[in-house]
Write a protein that binds this ligand. Structure first.
Ligand code: PNS
Length: 161
């Protein structure tokens, strides 16, 4: 019997969007178990608090049997080790993403050689989506429904009132 293969999909998820969901669904097909790890801190000042970001992530992955959502604080490699993950799965939209992700992958591998980073090229139909542009459009009272799952669109709409 082979061991269960566990992966993590870490991120700020501020908010989780259709590009994230595409990546998580693909990771769930490649691994036995996927943990979406919502970062308490990521060098950014999130618009949504940690509870909102993780609750929305939970709502969005509810249909995926082998996916769960957890939060983490501190170093990603420590969270990966605790979970027993063999891989960190991230999405690649662009050359800019590649430069950042390659450096993080190498740093993380130096810190914890047992865990490898797998970079999945983003699906074309969601390549242009980013949380920062969603926040900007939302703050300027634009419609973000086409970029996010329904649960997120509804939550963002409620936040306006
Ligand atoms: O959604 P993001 O901003 O691309 O996610 C970045 C995240 C949270 C994965 C990254 O900032 C992270 O791993 N933060 C945890 C702190 C850490 O381990 N830093 C060292 C990275 S080499």
């Amino acid at each position: 019997m082979s061991e269960l293969r566990a992966a993590i999909c870490p991120g700020t998820f501020d908010p989780i969007h259709l590009g994230h969901l595409d990546l998580i669904e693909r990771a769930a097909r490649l691994f036995d178990k996927v943990t979406v790890l919502v970062a308490a801190q990521s060098g950014k000042r999130p618009m949504l608090d940690l509870a909102d970001r993780s609750d929305l992530a939970r709502a969005v992955v509810r249909h995926l049997e082998n996916v769960e959502v957890e939060t983490f604080d501190g170093l990603l490699v420590n969270a990966a080790e605790k979970i027993g993950a063999t891989a960190i799965v991230k999405g690649l939209r662009s050359v800019e993403d590649f430069q950042r992700e390659q450096q993080m992958a190498m740093m993380n591998r130096q810190l914890l050689p047992e865990v490898d980073t797998i970079l999945l090229v983003t699906s074309a139909h969601v390549q242009y989506i980013s949380s920062s542009l969603i926040r900007e459009i939302w703050a300027l009272e634009g419609d973000v429904t086409q970029f996010v799952p329904d649960a997120v669109a509804e939550a963002l709409e409620r936040m306006r009132h």
